[in-house]
Design a protein around this ligand. Structure first.
Ligand SMILES: Nc1nc2c(ncn2[C@@H]2O[C@H](COP(=O)(O)OP(=O)(O)OP(=O)(O)O)[C@@H](O)[C@H]2O)c(=O)[nH]1
Ligand SMILES: [Mg+2]
Length: 296
């Protein structure tokens, strides 16, 4: 009997900030590999998540949701989206169906011209009434997308249908990544991201957006992995806020980040966090490079 062919492909995930792209990639991969927050511009670089199904592998490529870049970091984020679009087999355009903006309309129209298999994903199904969903779907229904799928990345509704649809359209191809590999991001990058996610969770306004995390030491010992990390911020006043009264905020960020790391990696972690002021690092080519915000 002839063995069934293997199918695989790269699928980019694009859309406005806060649409739920990273929540969706985590849901599809089944592990938390991308950080999520209720603040726009959480994701800063392209990252991959690997999804395996019966004789099919889909490499999902999460991208930053970008508005108009305001600094060199923003320009890097925008370039990451173009980079992610190279050589893809399919494209998912994610829309927050509960909050459609003019910018979304423009994005959806622009991406509809891309010559690959395209799915328009209506996310946050749990937040819209059936009536509202029908209205949103009617608005974009005439555009040349191959598939239109409503989902809730938050509770998983519709996600299996989305996965089945993508799997059915992957070309024959190799297994790009080993079956037990869930992301292309090294452990140190994931650690820096988890720290940044907790900063986004506990800090407000412009403070978390000005944070960059550098891992200075990552040492695996017999029973514990020791990590030293520095959080960069742009102003002295921000540093005080990040540290908090009696160091309380910093301690909480560190503790929650460590719990996420331990859950994903399955080993004990000892994490030490420092805060340093580095004015205007988001416009410094050198600082961006140190923090990994460069396209290689
Ligand atoms: N209710 C609801 N909330 C969702 C859903 N999907 C995502 N969210 C929330 O929407 C917010 C943004 O989610 P993210 O996954 O960080 O969005 P993103 O598109 O990756 O955002 P950027 O990285 O900033 O471009 C978070 O607060 C999520 O919890 C959903 O299906 N339903
Ligand atoms: Mg994101």
């Amino acid at each position: 009997m002839q063995e069934q062919a293997f199918h695989s492909g790269f699928t980019a995930i694009v859309g406005s900030p806060n649409a739920g792209k990273s929540t969706l990639i985590n849901r599809m991969v089944g592990e938390k590999i991308a950080i999520v927050s209720n603040k726009p511009q959480t994701t800063r670089s392209r990252l991959m998540g690997v999804m395996n199904r019966d004789r099919t592998q889909i490499v999902l490529v999460d991208t930053p949701g970008v508005n108009r870049p305001r600094n060199r970091l923003g320009e890097f984020m925008e370039a990451s989206v173009s980079e992610a679009m190279k050589g893809i087999d399919a494209l998912m355009v994610v829309l927050d169906a509960s909050h459609v903006t003019e910018r979304d309309r423009q994005l959806i129209r622009d991406f509809s011209e891309k010559k690959v298999y395209k799915v328009l994903v209506y996310n946050k199904l749990d937040l819209v009434t059936p009536q509202k969903l029908l209205e949103v779907m009617a608005e974009f229904g005439e555009l040349p997308y191959d598939s239109f799928i409503p989902v809730s990345a938050a509770n998983g509704d519709g996600v299996e249908e989305l996965i089945a649809d993508l799997c059915a359209h992957m070309p024959e191809g190799p297994r790009y990544f080993p079956e037990d590999m869930v992301t292309d991001q090294p452990e140190q990058v994931l650690c820096a991201e988890f720290i940044r996610e907790k900063a986004l969770l506990h800090l407000r306004e412009e403070v978390p957006h000005g944070i960059g995390v550098e891992i200075l030491r990552f040492e695996k010992r017999k029973n514990v992995t020791e990590i030293d990390a520095t959080m960069y911020c742009e102003k002295d006043s921000h540093k005080r806020i990040i540290i908090g009264k009696g160091g309380q905020t910093l301690r909480q960020i560190g503790q929650e980040a460590r719990e996420d790391m331990e859950a994903l990696f399955g080993y004990h972690i000892f994490l030490q966090l420092w805060v340093k002021v580095r004015p205007n690092w988001r416009n410094s080519a050198e600082d961006l490079k140190t923090l990994g915000y460069t396209i290689d």
